[in-house]
Design a protein around this ligand. Structure first.
Ligand SMILES: Cc1ncc(COP(=O)(O)O)c(C=O)c1O
Length: 249
């Protein structure tokens, strides 16, 4: 479920009128849009400067909206399908671009949680310190830190620690709306094995919360002194129940 503000924003269409944009060669009958603050007088000089004549000048415009051009989103969908082995193919329409993962984390907090409503996001400890700013500063969302104690952070045993954290928060009147994991983990440098991801996805399904997986270091694996390193598994790889909503970035 989205927060009230997330549900409101989901109804807003951000796409600009790409459907019938004027082009002197390809679409001479198209519409010339005068409403955007784009200086098309400079496009050919910009294209020349960036990449000679092969550069698509529509990339200098607001083009298809704020979430990335279809061409870019298709390229990312192809990349994810080729290298992240998702359980079902990812479509370009499911992809959104933003200026960095900090912004994506904040956007996820905004759409998952209502402000000033005792709503919170759950995180395991230790964790990337900037989450506390990125998820909370401007969103009005709280963080509930969960310690996995002396259990191994990446084994399925962490699932019961998160479940206990969820229940303890609920007993204090806090409503957890999402669990954020970092995979490969910052600062620990390890990856979550598939069975742990499945356990976490099942927990999120039981509790009706989002799983947000920050995979900024995807496909990078550090060696371990004590054993072979765990390979990276994207959260979209395990075949998951359709009612579970998860985000990766
Ligand atoms: C886990 C994690 N998420 C997000 C970020 C920030 O990403 P960006 O620089 O794309 O905003 C970092 C940067 O250190 C990070 O370690």
């Amino acid at each position: 479920m989205l927060s009230a503000r997330g549900a409101r924003w989901a109804k807003v269409g951000y796409a600009h009128g790409v459907q019938n944009r004027y082009d002197p060669v390809k679409n001479p009958q198209g519409a010339v849009k005068l409403e955007n603050a784009e200086n098309s007088l400079m496009h050919s000089e910009l294209a020349q400067f960036i990449d000679g004549l092969s550069f698509d000048q529509s990339c200098c415009t607001y083009s298809e909206g704020y979430t990335g051009s279809l061409r870019l989103r298709e390229a990312m969908a192809n990349h994810l399908n080729a290298h992240f082995a998702p359980a079902s193919a990812i479509d370009a329409e499911e992809i959104t671009f933003a200026a960095g993962v900090t912004n994506l984390n904040e956007a996820c907090a905004l759409v998952a949680c209502n402000p000033d409503a005792d709503e919170a996001i759950m995180l395991g400890k230790p964790v990337y310190g900037a989450f506390s700013l990125d998820l909370c500063l401007r969103t009005g969302v709280d963080i509930e830190y969960v310690s996995v104690g002396d259990r191994e952070q990446f084994t399925p045993a962490c699932v019961s620690a998160f479940e206990a954290g969820y229940d303890a928060a609920a007993a204090r009147g806090k409503k957890i709306r999402a669990l954020v994991i970092c995979n490969p983990h910052n600062p620990l440098g390890h990856c979550y094995p598939r069975e742990t991801l499945v356990g976490l996805l099942q927990l999120c399904a039981r509790k009706g919360i989002h799983l947000i997986s920050d995979e900024i270091y995807a496909l990078s694996v550090y060696g371990r002194a004590d054993r072979a390193p765990e390979a990276f598994t994207c959260v979209f790889r395990p075949s998951i129940h359709p009612s579970i909503h998860s985000f990766i970035h």
